[in-house]
Design a protein around this ligand. Structure first.
Ligand code: SF4
Ligand code: SF4
Length: 338
């Protein structure tokens, strides 16, 4: 690997709440399975906020419905990625792309870090930002996150980011573990910190509605967000069959309308939904092996999908799993990606 000037954080990595403590510079791997930073792709992107989007590879979650699984589950799935890009030259290139004719025509007004999960490469992004803001002090940047960073990492992100797109996968612990392999409390804690201390930076909370899996979580999650502030922006996204949930059916339009109704009933005033609905598929069945580890039918179903693809630790707990270095979920190749 090239010499990095942001090595300290990676020597005993606690960038996210898995707090693996591994020496990534020495090649030790934690839950995210990433040593140094890898840029998977970068492109002008028209989805709001219009941007030059940089997708970094790897993730600290193993979400069964991940739409970006080729990027997030790198390196175990052996899908093609670009590799290391020096952060200062990437900053120069990114600003040039925002100022290009294509960037101006699109209305791209910021850099957008996505993945995978940017937090696992936070020192790299900070190096990028130092150079980018040296060139253009008012440069806007969006940070797209699953919210599982430590409070210290969140504080660092809030010092440089202009906007945050913040995914919340579930409200209940068992649903969260079944979907992601990680606990829910850090995400709810960070969502609250952002909502209370930096609401002006919140582009939106994003909640993917997965039929029959996290439907029970929607209403309590809306009440939780409304208890922080009824003005907070919330976007529901319709689940599309993907990754381990490749056979599952997409979110029906009735479910998306119900999400908005439940959010409004909780008092939230700034609610939208987006995404293609009614993609056909089927419903899996709950497996006896996982039954006792989960409290809700949705989490049991989600965990059963993971179990059927090889995940044997239940409740799912990627941070303490003996299969961490040989995870069958990270290597799963779906038959469709809608
Ligand atoms: S999962 Fe989180 S704490 Fe563990 S090595 Fe990756 S970034 Fe560091
Ligand atoms: S096998 Fe272990 S590391 Fe892989 S998804 Fe399941 S709990 Fe997580």
């Amino acid at each position: 690997m090239k010499k990095l000037d942001f090595a300290n954080d990676l020597r005993e990595c606690t960038l996210c709440e898995h707090r693996c403590g591994v020496d990534r510079i020495a090649g030790e791997l934690g839950v995210c399975r990433m040593a140094g930073p890898v840029v998977a792709s970068r492109t002008l992107h028209p989805a709001p906020p219009e941007s030059y989007t940089i997708f970094v590879a790897g993730c600290n979650f193993k979400c069964i419905g991940c739409q970006n699984w080729t990027i997030s589950q790198f390196p175990d799935n052996r899908m093609a990625v670009e590799g290391y890009v020096e952060p200062r030259s990437l900053a120069v290139e990114s600003i040039r792309m925002l100022e290009s004719t294509a960037g101006l025509l699109m209305g791209a007004d910021r850099i957008f870090f996505s993945g995978g999960e940017p937090t696992i490469h936070l020192p790299f992004i900070e190096s990028f930002m130092a150079e980018a803001r040296r060139i253009r002090p008012a440069l806007k940047v969006n940070y797209d996150t699953n919210g599982f960073m430590t409070e210290e990492s969140l504080r660092r992100v809030l010092t440089f980011t202009t906007s945050l797109t913040f995914d919340i996968k579930a409200y209940y612990e068992d649903t969260m573990r079944a979907i992601t392999g990680a606990p829910v409390q850090p995400v709810l804690r960070n969502a609250e910190i952002v909502g209370r201390t930096a609401p002006d930076k919140l582009w939106e909370y994003r909640i993917v509605a997965i039929p029959e899996i996290n439907e029970d979580d929607i209403e309590p999650l809306c009440r939780f967000l409304a208890s922080i502030s009824k003005e907070l922006p919330v976007a529901f996204l319709a689940f599309r069959p993907n990754f381990v949930l490749d056979e599952h059916f997409g979110a029906p339009s009735e479910l998306m309308n119900r999400c908005v109704e439940e959010a409004n009933a909780a008092g939230l005033k700034n609610v939208t939904y987006a995404g293609m609905t009614n993609i056909p598929g089927k419903t899996g069945s709950s497996l006896e092996e996982v039954e006792e580890a989960y409290q809700r039918s949705g989490s049991r179903l989600a965990a059963s999908y993971a179990r059927s693809k090889g995940c044997t630790t239940h409740p799912r707990d990627c941070g303490n799993c003996q299969s961490m270095s040989n995870c069958p979920i990270k290597r799963y190749i779906p038959f469709r990606n809608c």
